[in-house]
Design a binder for this molecule. Structure first.
Ligand SMILES: O=C(O)CCC(=O)C(=O)O
Length: 361
C-alpha cells in the first residue's frame, strides 16, 4: 500500500531522515506525486517547446593534436562564449569505462535503504561520501525528483578506502581520466583569454574534485516535476556523463529571455559545462550555463557529473591580464566558500552570479 504522509514533515522524514530517498517513494506505488513535488507552472518543462532548436555537433578533442588544432580551439571557445556548454568525443575517457560507470549507479541506488543510510550526512562521519535526495530539502519549497551519491576526492588512497565499495574503483578511474581532459580544455580556454599559463595557474582552479551519481527514478507526473531545478554549476568546469534516457535542458541566451534546448544523449560523448568560477575568471567572456533536468514515467535515468572547483578558501576574481585588456572588472573578488554558501542558501533558482557581478550604477 502507498504510504500516507500527514504533512510535509512526515514526507521529509520518509525521504531524507529515514533515507528512503525519492527511489523509496517511487517504489511505494503512489499513483500521483505528493503536492510537495509539484512545481509552479513557470518551472515546469514544456518538452514540445524544446524540440525546435538546433544543437551544434560534438567537438572532437583528438583534433587538438593535429592539423585541425586551431579550428578545434575556435569551436571550444565559441561554445564557451555563446552557450556555456558543449559535447565532446574522442576525449580520452574510454567508452567501456563510461558504460561501467552507468552500470554501477543503478545497483547502488537499488540497494535496500539500510545499505544507503550509512552515507547520510546526519549519520556518517565519513566526509568523503554523502547520500542525499533533492537539492536542499530542508529549505526548498518544492522538492526535486532525484537522489544523489556525492564522492569527494581527497587522494586515490582515501577514495579507495572511503567511497562505497560498489563504485569506488570505477568512479576513481573516471575522475582520473576525465581530469586530464578537463585540464586540457581549461588550458585551451585560458590561453585563448591571453593569460600566461603556468602549471599551477590551471591546477589551482581544479584542485577540488567531486564525482556525483544522480539517480532519477521513474516519475508518475513528469509534466509537474523536475529532476533538478534551474541552476548553473558554481565551480570551474563540469564533465557530465548522461545515460540514453535524456532529460538535460540548457538555457541559451538570446535577445529576449533566452530559450531552453534539450541536450540529447550521444553514445560515448561527454557534456562539458562552464561553471560560474570560469565566468568570473574570464571577466564574463565565457558564460556559465543555466540548466535543469526533467523527469520521465518510462525509465529510471542516471547521470554522473565530475565537478572541478577551486578550494573553499580561495579568492576568485577576474584574471588580471583579462581585466587589463577589457579595461574594467565586471565581477568583484569573492571567497569561493562565500559564493558557494550564497548559492546553497538560495537553492535552485537559476544563476546566482549576481552575487559577484559588478553592476553599473
Ligand atoms: O543529470 C543531468 O543531466 C544534470 C545534472 C546536474 O545538473 C547536476 O548534477 O547539477
Amino acid at each position: 500500500m502507498a504510504p500516507i504522509f500527514a504533512d510535509r514533515k512526515s514526507l521529509l522524514n520518509f525521504i531524507v531522515r529515514e533515507g528512503n530517498g525519492i527511489k523509496g517513494l517511487a517504489d511505494s506505488s503512489i499513483s500521483r506525486v505528493p503536492d510537495e513535488f509539484v512545481q509552479p507552472p513557470h518551472e515546469r518543462i514544456d518538452k514540445l517547446e524544446m524540440k525546435r532548436h538546433h544543437i551544434p555537433p560534438p567537438i572532437d578533442l583528438y583534433q587538438l593534436d593535429g592539423p585541425n588544432h586551431d579550428q578545434t580551439v575556435e569551436a571550444l571557445t565559441e561554445a564557451a562564449e555563446n552557450v556555456g556548454l558543449f559535447q565532446v568525443v574522442n576525449h580520452g575517457v574510454p567508452t567501456q569505462l563510461l558504460e561501467r560507470l552507468k552500470d554501477t549507479a543503478h545497483p547502488f541506488f537499488n540497494q535496500p535503504t539500510e545499505k544507503k543510510v550509512i552515507y547520510l550526512k546526519e549519520v556518517s562521519s565519513n566526509t568523503f561520501v554523502e547520500y542525499a535526495s533533492s537539492f536542499a530539502p530542508e529549505k526548498e519549497e518544492v522538492f526535486e525528483w532525484s537522489d544523489h551519491l556525492k564522492m569527494t576526492y581527497g587522494g586515490d588512497a582515501e577514495a579507495l578506502k572511503y567511497w562505497p565499495e560498489e563504485c569506488r574503483e570505477v568512479a576513481l578511474d573516471y575522475l582520473n581520466t576525465a581530469n586530464k581532459m578537463v585540464r586540457r580544455i581549461l588550458e585551451v580556454l585560458l590561453i585563448k583569454l591571453g593569460v600566461t599559463l603556468y602549471d599551477e595557474t590551471a591546477d589551482a582552479y581544479i584542485v577540488s574534485k567531486t564525482v556525483t551519481m544522480n539517480f532519477y527514478p521513474k516519475c508518475s507526473n513528469p509534466e509537474l516535476t523536475v529532476g533538478i531545478g534551474r541552476h548553473s554549476d558554481i565551480g570551474t568546469l563540469t564533465v557530465l556523463l548522461q545515460d540514453e534516457v535524456g532529460g538535460l535542458y540548457v538555457k541559451v541566451e538570446d535577445e529576449k529571455e533566452g530559450h531552453w534546448v534539450e541536450i540529447p544523449p550521444i553514445p560515448g560523448a561527454l557534456v562539458i559545462n562552464i561553471g560560474d568560477t570560469l565566468e568570473i575568471l574570464s571577466n564574463g567572456r565565457y558564460k556559465s550555463v543555466e540548466h535543469r533536468v526533467g523527469t520521465t514515467n518510462t525509465k529510471t535515468r542516471v547521470s554522473i557529473p565530475f565537478l572541478v572547483r577551486p578550494q573553499l578558501t580561495d579568492r576568485i576574481g577576474p584574471l588580471h591580464q583579462v581585466v587589463e585588456r577589457d579595461g574594467v572588472a565586471n565581477y568583484r573578488e569573492v571567497i569561493f566558500y562565500e559564493y558557494m554558501k550564497n548559492k546553497f542558501e538560495k537553492g535552485h533558482v537559476g544563476k546566482t552570479i549576481d552575487f559577484a557581478k559588478i553592476t553599473a550604477t
